[in-house]
Design a protein around this ligand. Structure first.
Ligand SMILES: Cc1cc2nc3c(=O)[nH]c(=O)nc-3n(C[C@H](O)[C@H](O)[C@H](O)COP(=O)(O)OP(=O)(O)OC[C@H]3O[C@@H](n4cnc5c(N)ncnc54)[C@H](O)[C@@H]3O)c2cc1C
Length: 290
């Protein structure tokens, strides 16, 4: 079923994001985590799209398995990295054959170590180009999600300009927004209110990342431009000193529980959990709300 329809069916929901493990030997462990998470009854599950050939094929393979063997509603991420009309068309045809009806249309990041994103083709320079292409080719055959940035995209000249480009993606056919991670819920509520003011009326789903490692989260926020409140950072550093990585995970889960609760109480339609392919932490995070 298409996510734009699913979004009208529940008062609140959890959706889950996975990434395809690079080594096929790890797939059985990965699917064991998915099986554990099925008990959350996610509204949909999404699978990220890597920068290289085989991991892009894995996205397709995994969404098919999630649909056919797990009876979950999958969404394939798709980026402009390496995008040409032929391979995007192949991707769409493969999704249709597997009855996967949802796509998160993205631009993609610059390769590791490079600061600037250089498009592989003039045709697909921004997520908006993908949205436009898919809508022109497939009409309403897919439900399309797009990314939004409560703190602004790292390359954006201003918050206003970034929000106008988000509106463009939605005006061209995006059905809903999933946000970049953030740790202060006020950033999300402020983003939603700014979006509504410029006429964006589609669902904006907050993305929540459970912190599982101090080094990992510092790297991630550095890349994506999200901020960690100083108080949280201090708490994480102290927990690591006292209890090592277990202490960090404990604080990370507590923080995510608090965030999810606050988002739902504040009127978010649901929460998209960046699972990092780890079921235990996610089950812990949502145990009091389901
Ligand atoms: C929920 C979520 C899931 C993600 N999943 C993946 C994934 O699976 N694989 C992956 O590689 N990356 C993923 N990303 C990261 C994403 O690819 C990066 O954040 C990337 O830098 C921007 O992608 P975008 O789709 O927002 O780009 P765009 O919407 O193209 O925006 C990129 C920049 O260009 C500006 N802009 C937008 N449209 C235009 C336009 N038409 N003309 C001029 N400027 C414009 C924007 O303001 C912004 O600064 C994900 C991000 C999120 C939030």
């Amino acid at each position: 079923m298409q996510i734009r329809e699913l979004l009208t069916q529940r008062d609140f929901f959890i959706s889950l994001e996975f990434f395809p493990p690079k080594e096929k030997e790890k797939w059985s462990d990965f699917f064991a985590e998915v099986k554990n998470l099925k008990q959350i009854n996610p509204l949909f599950v999404s699978v990220t799209y890597g920068a290289g050939g085989s991991t892009q094929d894995y996205t397709l393979e995994i969404v098919k398995i999630l649909k056919q063997d797990f009876a979950l509603e999958p969404m394939a991420h798709l980026t402009c990295v390496g995008a040409k009309e032929e391979n995007i068309t192949f991707f769409l045809e493969s999704l249709k054959a597997a009855q996967v009806e949802n796509i998160l249309a993205l631009r993609g990041d610059p390769p590791r170590g490079e600061e600037k994103f250089v498009p592989d083709s003039e045709r697909f320079k921004h997520a908006s180009d993908l949205v436009q292409f898919i809508r022109e080719k497939e009409g309403q055959g897919f439900s399309l999600g797009v990314a939004g940035y409560p703190e602004g995209h790292v390359e954006a000249k201003s918050l206003e300009e970034d929000l106008n480009y988000l509106k463009l993606k939605l005006d061209l056919g995006g059905d809903f927004v999933i946000t970049q991670l953030f740790f202060d819920n006020n950033l999300y509520f402020d983003f939603v209110s700014r979006a509504r003011k410029i006429g964006i009326d589609k669902p904006i789903i907050p993305g929540v990342l459970p912190i599982m490692s101090l080094k990992g989260i510092k790297r991630i926020v550095n890349l994506c431009g999200a901020s960690i409140p100083q108080e949280l950072l201090t708490e994480l550093e102290e927990a690591e000193k006292k209890k090592g990585s277990a202490g960090v995970i404990e604080v990370g889960i507590k923080q995510a529980q608090k965030q999810v609760q606050g988002l739902l109480e504040g009127g978010a339609p649901g929460v998209h959990l960046y699972t990092l392919n780890k079921s235990q932490a996610c089950l812990e995070i949502v145990k009091n709300i389901l």
